[in-house]
Design a protein around this ligand. Structure first.
Ligand SMILES: [Zn+2]
Ligand SMILES: [Zn+2]
Length: 178
């Protein structure tokens, strides 16, 4: 279901549109949880044994905010442009060396492209290293763990904006002058 059998590709250009249910991606829950159906769409061009896929993966994932640790939903629309060739053709050492620097190079085995792997890799690349629920997320109090997006805590009073501290120093020195 998650593989594209290349024997079925009979014309030079074809269009593919598929929708997969989120439960296909359950094994990726360590990093993110896919919450919405995954829409995969691409144009395929065939050149002998080489296949060029240009399209996008669209879905939404649930992530944990790196500041406040709350789960939040992030829609993803990830474009891709990949050139597939049979893995055995890449066994040539010189050719492989060239392709390691080419991020569009991909390989297939057994006359089939693994669409599950394609989608998974695109989603991994699209998920931020330090996800934030909002850019303005205020995070957790380092002392008591209160989520500052939801409320304040007593500890916050101990913290002083350095700009106010400078102002007070100025004010104090003025007072001393008089
Ligand atoms: Zn947050
Ligand atoms: Zn606190």
């Amino acid at each position: 279901m998650l593989t594209l059998s290349l024997a079925r590709v009979r014309t030079v250009h074809e269009r593919f549109d598929r929708t997969y249910q989120p439960d296909v991606f359950v094994e990726d829950r360590e990093t993110f949880t896919v919450t919405d159906p995954v829409r995969l769409g691409f144009d395929l061009s065939k050149d002998d044994e080489r296949f060029h896929l240009v399209g996008q993966v669209q879905t939404a994932v649930e992530l944990s905010c790196s500041r406040c640790l709350e789960p939040f939903r992030m829609p993803l629309d990830v474009p891709f442009d990949l050139r597939y060739q049979p893995r055995r053709a890449a066994a040539d050492a010189v050719e492989r060396e060239v392709q390691e620097d080419d991020f569009s190079a991909a390989f297939y085995d057994d006359e089939a492209i693994d669409l599950g792997q394609l989608m998974r890799e695109r989603l991994y690349l699209a998920v931020p290293m330090k996800p934030l629920c909002t850019d303005a997320c205020r995070g957790l109090c380092p002392q008591c763990g209160t989520n500052w997006n939801k409320g304040s805590c007593g500890c916050a009073q101990d913290w002083e904006d350095p700009r106010f501290a400078t102002l007070r120093t100025l004010r104090d020195s003025e007072r001393n002058d008089h």
